[in-house]
Design a protein around this ligand. Structure first.
Ligand code: PNS
Length: 157
């Protein structure tokens, strides 16, 4: 039984994130989407909102969505993850992601694997999605419908 941990802020989840989770579903027995409770920047959506959106967007039986606090490696150990999986959009992601992967390896020996995102999602990020939606732009092609609706509601209020 191989468990993959797909960690992130998911503030909010984008089509790129869901694509990475779907690739993991096709490969691993169990996929835990780990949502960091307190991301480095103040989140637009609460941990409960981000988890609920992910649960709706990841309808696969082998997927669990869970929040975590503290070190990723501690959470990975707690859930019995065999590896961490991250999406790579472009070379600009690579330096930082490699640094995280090597630190996590140093801390616990855990393996990180990278999934190349779909080329059409290569420019996509949660930050850009929030900026576009905040100025009233359409993000319907970039995020699942439930997320697009939540963004509209959040920025209307
Ligand atoms: O979606 P993000 O913001 O790129 O995800 C980053 C995340 C949550 C994977 C990273 O910040 C993380 O692992 N945070 C947990 C704290 C931790 O373990 N820090 C040391 C990383 S080497």
């Amino acid at each position: 039984m191989i468990t993959a941990l797909v960690p992130g802020s998911f503030d909010p989840p984008t089509n790129g994130h869901i694509d990475v989770v779907s690739r993991c579903v096709a490969i691993f027995d169990r996929v835990v989407v780990g949502v960091v409770t307190n991301p480095s920047k103040a989140p637009l959506f609460s941990i409960e909102e981000r988890k609920a959106m992910l649960e709706e967007c990841c309808p696969w039986e082998s997927v669990e969505v869970a929040g975590f606090d503290g070190l990723l490696v501690d959470f990975a150990r707690e859930i019995g993850a065999n590896l961490v999986v991250k999406g790579l959009r472009a070379m600009t992601d690579f330096d930082y992601e490699l640094q995280l992967a090597q630190m996590n390896r140093q801390l616990s020996g855990i393996v990180t694997m990278f999934v190349a995102t779909k080329p059409e999602y290569g420019y996509l990020s949660s930050s850009l999605v929030k900026e576009v939606a905040g100025f009233g732009g359409s993000v319907e092609e970039l995020v699942p419908a439930v997320v697009s609706k939540a963004l509209q509601e959040r920025f209307r209020s």
